[in-house]
Design a binder for this molecule. Structure first.
Ligand SMILES: [Mg+2]
Length: 355
C-alpha cells in the first residue's frame, strides 16, 4: 500500500479530541479503551446482554463494482445495525475490516465519510479493525446491548399476533432495477447472479428524478430501524429484519416459531415513489407488489405483536406510526396470501419458497 496501515487508520478512522474537536463518539461511556492498544475494552450497561453481529460485503456480489465508496461504507454499517435493531438492541460500538486492492486515498476519503455519516447518527465509536490488501471487501462487526427479556427472537411468535413491518417495502428492489439499468447502459460487466434481477422498465425510468433518487437511496443507504427496534421493547413477541425479501424472511420466522400466517397484500406499505410507479400500468402494479413481497435489501423490521399490545401502542403514536399491520399469525401452518381478505394466488414470485 502506498500509505502504511497505521497511517491509513489514523488518517481516516481514528477520531480523537485533537483531530475532531467535540466529536460525539470520543469518550463515549461504553468505551473504556478504544483504538491504539491490542484490543478495545467495552462496558455493557448493567443488567444488559452484549449483542454481536457481523456481515461481509464483497464487490460484485453485494454491490456493483462501480458503487460509490461512501454508499458501500454506509450500507456495510447499515446492514449490521439493522441486525442489532432486529434484536431490539441499542448499538454500542463497531469494528471494521477492510480489504482493498490498493490504498487509493480519494476512495478511502469517500468511504470513511460515508461510514461516519451513518455512525455519527448513533454516536457510534469505531473501536478496532484491520486492513489487508486483496479484492475489495468490507466486514463490519457491530456490538449492542439489550436486557435479555427484551431481546427479540424469531422463534417466539404467538398465534393471533399482528404481523407488522416498519417503513415501506419494495423500494430497494426498484432501486436495484434502476441501478442495474444504469450499469448496463455503461456496458460494465455484470456478475452472473445479478443478471437475474429485473431491469428498470420505461415506466420506472420515466418517474420523476426525486422518485428515482429516493428509490436508489433506499438501495444504497438503507436506514437501520434502531429507534423502532428499541421502541417495541415489551410490545413485540418476535422479530427479525427483512434482508432477503418479506416472504422469505417471514417464512423463516414462521418456521422458527412453528406457526403459520395470513398476509394481506393490499396492506403492504409502499412508498410514494413506488406507488407512483405502480399507478402507471397493471404490469407495473404487479411488479411493485412483487418487489414489496420478494425483493431483498429493504432492511425494515418484521415484527409480531400480540393484539392487546398492538392496541396499547396507540398510546405511543411516535412508535406506532412507523408500523403497518400486514397480517396475522395463525395456527394453520404455511403462509397464505389474501387480497381484501380473500385467498390470492401468487404465481411466479421470485425468491419465494414454499415450506
Ligand atoms: Mg438479519
Amino acid at each position: 500500500m502506498s500509505i502504511g496501515e497505521f497511517e491509513l487508520i489514523r488518517r481516516y478512522f481514528v477520531r480523537d479530541k485533537i483531530t475532531v474537536p467535540g466529536h460525539p463518539s470520543v469518550g463515549t461511556p461504553q468505551v473504556t479503551l478504544g483504538i491504539g492498544d491490542d484490543a478495545a475494552l467495552l462496558e455493557v450497561p448493567e443488567g444488559e446482554r452484549l449483542v454481536v453481529t457481523t456481515d461481509t460485503l464483497v464487490a460484485g456480489r453485494h454491490f456493483l463494482p462501480n458503487a460509490d465508496p461512501g454508499d458501500i461504507a454506509w450500507k456495510a454499517l447499515a446492514v449490521n445495525l439493522s441486525d442489532l435493531a432486529a434484536m431490539s438492541a441499542t448499538p454500542l460500538a463497531v469494528t471494521l475490516n477492510l480489504t482493498l486492492p490498493e490504498a487509493d486515498e480519494s476512495w478511502l476519503a469517500a468511504f470513511s465519510t460515508g461510514f461516519w455519516n451513518l455512525a455519527d447518527i448513533y454516536e457510534l465509536p469505531l473501536v478496532g479493525g484491520d486492513t489487508t490488501r486483496g479484492p475489495l471487501s468490507v466486514t463490519i462487526t457491530a456490538m449492542g446491548s439489550v436486557e435479555q427479556r427484551y431481546a427479540l427472537r424469531r422463534s417466539t411468535a404467538q398465534i393471533g399476533d399482528v404481523i407488522c413491518a416498519t417503513g415501506t417495502l419494495g423500494d430497494a428492489g426498484a432501486g436495484l432495477a434502476l441501478a442495474l439499468y444504469a450499469f448496463k447502459q455503461a456496458s460494465l460487466p455484470l456478475a452472473s447472479d445479478a443478471t437475474a434481477a429485473a431491469l428498470a422498465d420505461e415506466a420506472l425510468l420515466n418517474l420523476s428524478d426525486d422518485h428515482q433518487d429516493y428509490l436508489l437511496d433506499r438501495l444504497n443507504r438503507p436506514s437501520p430501524r434502531i429507534n423502532s427496534g428499541v421502541g417495541v421493547r415489551g410490545f413485540a413477541s418476535a422479530g427479525m429484519d427483512i434482508s432477503d425479501g418479506l416472504l422469505q424472511d417471514l417464512g423463516h420466522l414462521l418456521a422458527a416459531s412453528g406457526v403459520g400466517a395470513e398476509l394481506e397484500i393490499d396492506n403492504l406499505p409502499l412508498s410514494d415513489a413506488l406507488k407512483a410507479y405502480a399507478r402507471t400500468s397493471l404490469k407495473a402494479h404487479a411488479q411493485a407488489r412483487d418487489w414489496a413481497l420478494s425483493a431483498g435489501d429493504d432492511y425494515e423490521l418484521l415484527l409480531t405483536i400480540p393484539p392487546d399490545k398492538w392496541q396499547q401502542l396507540d398510546n405511543t403514536p411516535a412508535i406506532k406510526s412507523k408500523l403497518t399491520a400486514i397480517g396475522k399469525v395463525t395456527k394453520t401452518l404455511g403462509l397464505r396470501l389474501t387480497k381484501q381478505g380473500k385467498a390470492w394466488e401468487h404465481e411466479g414470485l421470485a425468491g419465494y419458497q414454499h415450506f
